[in-house]
Design a binder for this molecule. Sequence first.
Ligand SMILES: Nc1ncnc2c1ncn2[C@@H]1O[C@H](COP(=O)(O)OP(=O)(O)OP(=O)(O)O)[C@@H](O)[C@H]1O
Ligand SMILES: [Mg+2]
Length: 279
Amino acid sequence: MRDKVFSLKEVYFSYLGRFPALCGIDAEILSGQKVAVVGANGSGKSTFLSLLDGLIFADKGEVRFLGRELNGRAFSDDNFLRDFRRKVGFVFQNPEVQLFCPTIKEDILFGPLQLGLDKAKTESCLERVSEMLGIGGLFERSPHQLSIGEKRKAALASVLVMDPEVLILDEPTAGLDPSTSRNIIDLLLDESSAGKTVVISTHDLHVVEEVAEEVYVLGQDRRVASCGKMRDILSDAALLAANNLTHIHSHRHGALSHTHSHLHCEQKGCRDGGLNKKG
Ligand SMILES: Nc1ncnc2c1ncn2[C@@H]1O[C@H](COP(=O)(O)OP(=O)(O)OP(=O)(O)O)[C@@H](O)[C@H]1O
Ligand SMILES: [Mg+2]
């Protein structure tokens, strides 16, 4: 039986005690699983992932990592902290949070250095990751000189180079060109084939289809609106529409316009989400 990497029971979290972000979340993520967290803007995806990474702690309910509750006490134990940071890698939605050294190479090597990881292994990992992401030419540049997409790639590299068992990535392909997105998806699939646990958040249902086996949909009430197998979630037009995950096309023909939703898996036998004409 696969280990429960994360389990969340009735988890509540509010920012500053005033701004509710998650209101009673239950979830279970097993070792080696590929999980996507989707939902509208502000539905709590980043908050959910931050709880998994121990960046914030539940106000109520519990979050457990391999059976151990993630709270202030766990993280004040140096052995646990070290072991957790070695095993779990987190890529922020905003890559700027992750880049603070004078050069990108120093940024990428910061984590392995802090954790005292094997130099030869780090070098070979760095070579592979930088080739996949095409960032070798950025090593001597300063983070503030880079485009957003380049920063995102560098932030991803700084986590992948540590070779963590669990990868948590907040919108890993947002703002990236199609070819780089492709490389990142391939990279995540490789990591998963190597037995790693992969948890991402995204609005991109194409990424969900390729990367995820399990999907959590966070609702605008900040609870889990649905969770299940990727194929079941992606073929539920009503669920996707209710959670702002359906693309709406609008066509104007002179004074007439019509809109229609574009189902992600339209070509794969799903029913369209409807047609609406305006005169
Ligand atoms: N630092 C903060 N202080 C106060 N409220 C916050 C803070 N960060 C997030 N929130 C609020 O918590 C809720 C959930 O935010 P979160 O960033 O987790 O959503 P999200 O699903 O990741 O959104 P997006 O798709 O825009 O990235 C939102 O209502 C947001 O306004
Ligand atoms: Mg977010």
